[in-house]
Design a protein. Structure first.
Length: 311
């Protein structure tokens, strides 16, 4: 048994296909199949049910996968001990929720790409549930999303606290608002599946209700659409502060902060169990915090002034 065989098994488990797994490992399918077959004979265990389409990992195979994952993570940790550079190298895949991606990526990507010329970065814009699923299946390395997710399978590394703001306030003299100011108004929400929708409902202290016009059943997927509908039909919608920073001045004038304690969403890097690339997490956390915190009003608030809204 060797590290290569473990990596081949992990690849087949991930892709559910010997050909695709072989391509991802840059070897022929015949070589990959032979190496896995040899491992199965050594263990006297069938790791994959090849009669199923797509290929399925057996129950014994799933147990093997958990152990193999731990071994490969420790291998990664050991090989990283002699790396003196703080730059990132190799492949890194990140899943990020849409309501964070639209404002965070333009801030951090230029620095990440410029500072890490040997890094091959893949980013997927997906929901919280999909991030969790893909982390478990090793399809992505880390997730960036709203937390806490309250699941012991995952480790959370807090990046920043982002204030939630209310759009649709026409009173120019009003500097701050509270939930009572908008409780009886129509709230335009993102579609189900976006954690920001649940957070908006919590902040506004409302249950699902009809919007105007009453014969419209709208499920939005972008803040821009919600802003435009608020302008057209009235009511309110919520936006995160980093998104607010990029809004036109005319729309910023209709956006207000909440009174203290201000509602904030907690944004974190999330990894599956004991992710071995601690240097990667340390680097990304430091870089993101340095670039983002200067754009957030939370830097001037004390912890007691913040109300972390769960998802």
């Amino acid at each position: 048994m060797n590290f290569q065989q473990l990596e081949y098994v992990m690849a087949v488990h991930k892709h559910k296909h010997f050909g695709i797994a072989a391509d991802s490992c840059h070897i022929t399918q015949a070589t990959l199949s032979a190496m896995i077959k040899k491992l199965e004979e050594e263990l006297k265990v069938l790791l994959f049910d090849r009669s199923r389409k797509p290929i399925q990992t057996t129950d014994m195979g799933l147990q093997f996968i958990e152990t193999a994952r731990t071994i490969l993570q420790q291998k990664e940790l050991l090989f990283s001990l002699n790396k003196q550079t703080e730059k990132l190298e190799g492949k890194l895949s990140i899943g990020i929720i849409p309501t964070v991606a639209n404002s965070l990526l333009p801030i951090i990507l230029p620095s990440i790409l410029k500072e890490n010329q040997k890094l091959q970065l893949t980013i997927s814009e997906i929901t919280t549930e999909e991030i969790k699923t893909q982390l478990i299946m090793d399809k992505i390395d880390i997730g960036i999303l709203a937390t806490p997710i309250n699941d012991k399978q995952f480790d959370e590394h807090i990046l920043y606290y982002e204030p939630m703001m209310i759009y649709g306030i026409l009173d120019k003299k009003k500097e701050y608002v509270n939930s009572k100011d908008i409780k009886n108004g129509n709230i335009w929400l993102l579609e189900e599946g976006h954690c920001f929708r649940n957070q908006a409902l919590t902040v506004c202290e409302i249950k699902e209700k009809e919007l105007s016009p009453s014969n419209l059943n709208f499920m939005g997927s972008s803040f821009e659409t919600l802003l435009n509908l608020t302008d057209k039909f009235g009511g309110y919608t919520l936006v995160p502060e980093l998104y607010y920073k990029n809004m036109p001045k005319q729309k910023q004038n209709k956006t207000k902060h909440f009174q203290k304690p201000i509602p904030v969403r907690e944004i974190s890097i999330v990894t599956y169990r004991h992710f071995a690339k601690n240097q990667t997490i340390k680097y990304l956390t430091s870089l993101i915090q340095a670039l983002v915190n200067t754009n957030l009003s939370t830097k001037s608030y004390k912890n007691k002034d913040l109300d972390i809204i769960g998802i």
